[in-house]
Design a protein around this ligand. Structure first.
Ligand code: URA
Length: 189
């Protein structure tokens, strides 16, 4: 049977496959343009995301918004989701078993959206989507082709809040992403 957004959302919102479902306020499904050519994939919801049900709305999200604005990529023209749809307690890293429980929701989102470009936000996302031994410090900004998807990874905005020295590299990576969109004639405005 063909998947639908309604079915996917209701499967996700009613999921009890792992312990995180017991402590969530909201399932943080994903937000943005469901026909986007570009998809940003983070790690897991934090406190503000859990409260609102919307990814990247806390401090890290506001910093992400600044980078999107700086390179002329309107947030509402891309799609933003996470590897995990429920918040891990105290924002700890997702457990591999939690990722395994949740990853099918992301897979289904990818199939419905069919983006051309995927941007992994941070190492957890890159290790799951690009390759398990992905090294964010060495490999951020590199491009990988997997199936039909052209994929890159940038630093997680929460890392930039802790280590502002990396902000320059982040801006360069974001500019390179915008250049790649221009080069491939992918319109985001
Ligand atoms: N960090 C993430 O990885 N995702 C969010 O939605 C918020 C913070």
């Amino acid at each position: 049977m063909r998947d639908s957004w309604d079915k996917l959302y209701s499967d996700c919102a009613s999921c009890t496959a792992c312990e995180l479902s017991k402590t969530r306020t909201n399932c943080v499904f994903g937000v943005g343009n469901r026909e986007a050519d570009v998809m940003f994939i983070g790690e897991a919801p934090g406190e503000n995301e859990d409260k609102t049900g919307v990814p990247f709305v806390g401090r890290a999200g506001q910093l992400l918004d600044k980078y999107l604005y700086a390179v002329d990529i309107p947030r509402d023209k891309v799609y933003i989701a996470n590897i995990l749809k429920c918040r891990p307690p105290k924002n700890r890293d997702p457990l591999p078993a939690e990722e395994d429980c949740c990853i099918d929701f992301l897979r289904r989102q990818l199939l419905l959206i069919n983006p051309k470009i995927i941007v992994c936000l941070g190492r957890i996302s890159a290790m799951r989507i690009i390759k398990p031994d992905f090294k964010i410090t060495k490999e951020h900004g590199n491009w990988f082709l997997k199936g039909n998807y052209l994929i890159t990874a940038v630093y997680h905005p929460a890392l930039l809040l802790r280590d502002p020295r990396k902000k320059e590299e982040m801006l360069e990576d974001m500019k390179a992403i915008k250049n790649k969109l221009d080069e491939l004639n992918i319109k985001v405005d």
